[in-house]
Design a protein around this ligand. Structure first.
Ligand code: NAD
Ligand code: UFG
Length: 334
């Protein structure tokens, strides 16, 4: 039995679908702070199965105790966490408590029950402002905001846990920029507030919910001056978790592994691909740089290829087509 924390969120729900389709037995724990219970119905519609669900907080030892005493948990895929960079700057205590205290509570119950396998959601944000792309896992880490710092601290904690007890097996998956949606168009990313990230914003301009995309800077040293990122289809990312689960089942250690495609695309290339996929125009204007942004960020994926036997399958056009199908469906419902 696998415990999936944050399993109703954007990446978690896509991973749960892939797991159910591979006949993995799983339990979801989510406090719905950034997701909706209806996602469980959507998972059911896609897979014809309904995973066990506990509504609760990873910081609550009682609910963790209940789950571990009721089920033989073999491994934890740990998505639960808060992820908005800007909000983390304004609410650092809330972020550190949720992400770090939450992870410590999960680790405590795992230790108590002898469950020593974890797949953890880290982020490319731990590479900080390093200008040397592609990012390799052995680079020095640095962070520029409480969200990033929480990921970096958790990585350190998990490495220390392994050092103290080498029976542990942990992968620290450093995601690059997940976008896209399941091909059913039923699950995807639909933030309630005005989106901070590029793809949800572009989607809302294409549906007409927002007027115009602000492109944050066109004076970077990149092919067209706009920021370059390694966008990865969320279903590829989900598939990477199944490979990581295989890996922790068969190898002890604490390994940081990048999950990206290894290719970078600029903001304007994304806009163009989205226009093609949606057959709509995406209005944009160039504005000043967003503080804290870097010019280019993309992954070296050699380690993921080698250790996990995992490669991203989907290209930018597919990511935009799937993102558009989901955005269109959601907008039709409003
Ligand atoms: P998300 O917000 O859609 O999903 C996170 C889920 O965790 C949500 O369903 C939320 O309700 C739940 N949750 C949050 N705090 C909780 C708590 N204390 N107890 C129980 N449930 C809790 O985010 P996502 O995009 O699916 O990201 C999943 C993980 O991947 C996060 O840890 C995030 O930091 C990390 N990550 C995301 C990105 C990205 O761009 N989406 C990039 C790098 C890393
Ligand atoms: N961008 C715009 N306009 C927008 C939004 C974004 O031009 O309205 C640009 C940004 O300047 C950047 C690119 O689009 O060049 C991507 O920006 P996102 O906000 O979508 O993504 P980031 O790369 O800034 O950050 C994301 C997550 C972080 C995570 C990081 C690495 O938000 O949490 O990827 O995984 F740490």
């Amino acid at each position: 039995m696998i415990l999936v924390t944050g399993g109703l969120g954007y990446i978690g729900s896509h991973t749960v679908v892939e797991m159910v389709e591979k006949n993995e037995e799983l339990i979801i724990l989510d406090n719905l702070s950034n997701s909706k219970l209806q996602v469980l119905d959507k998972i059911h519609s896609i897979t014809e199965k309904r995973p066990a669900f506990y509504q609760g907080d990873i910081r609550d030892p009682d609910i963790l105790e209940k789950i571990f005493s009721n089920h033989a948990v073999e491994a934890v895929i740990h998505f639960a966490g808060l992820k908005a960079v800007g909000e983390s700057v304004n609410k650092p205590i809330y972020y550190y408590d949720n992400n770090i205290t939450g992870t410590l509570e999960v680790l405590k119950v795992m230790k108590k029950y002898g469950c020593k396998k974890m797949v953890f959601s880290s982020s490319a944000t731990v590479y900080g402002n390093n200008p040397q792309v592609p990012f390799r896992e052995d680079y020095d880490l640095s962070t520029t905001n409480p969200y990033g710092a929480s990921k970096r601290m958790i990585e350190d904690i998990l490495r220390d846990v392994y050092t103290a007890d080498p029976e542990w097996s942990i992968t620290l998956l450093r995601y690059f920029n997940p976008i896209g949606a399941h091909k059913s168009g039923l699950i995807g990313e639909d933030p309630n507030d005005i989106p901070n990230n590029l793809l949800p914003y572009v989607s809302k301009v294409a549906t007409g919910e927002l007027d115009c995309l602000c492109v944050f800077g066109d004076d970077y040293k990149t092919l067209d001056g706009t920021g370059v990122r390694d966008y990865i289809h969320v279903v590829d990312l989900a598939r990477g978790h199944l490979k990581a689960l295989d890996y922790v089942r068969n190898n002890a250690g604490a390994e940081a592994i990048n999950l990206g495609t290894g290719n970078g695309y600029s903001v304007l290339q994304v806009v163009k691909a989205y226009e093609k996929a949606s057959e709509r125009s995406v209005n944009y204007k160039i504005t000043s740089r967003r503080p804290g942004d870097i010019a280019s960020c993309y992954a070296c994926v050699e380690k993921a290829n080698r250790l996990l036997d995992w490669h991203a399958k989907y290209d930018l056009n597919q990511m935009c087509e799937d993102a558009w199908r989901f955005a269109y469906n959601e907008n039709e419902k409003k």
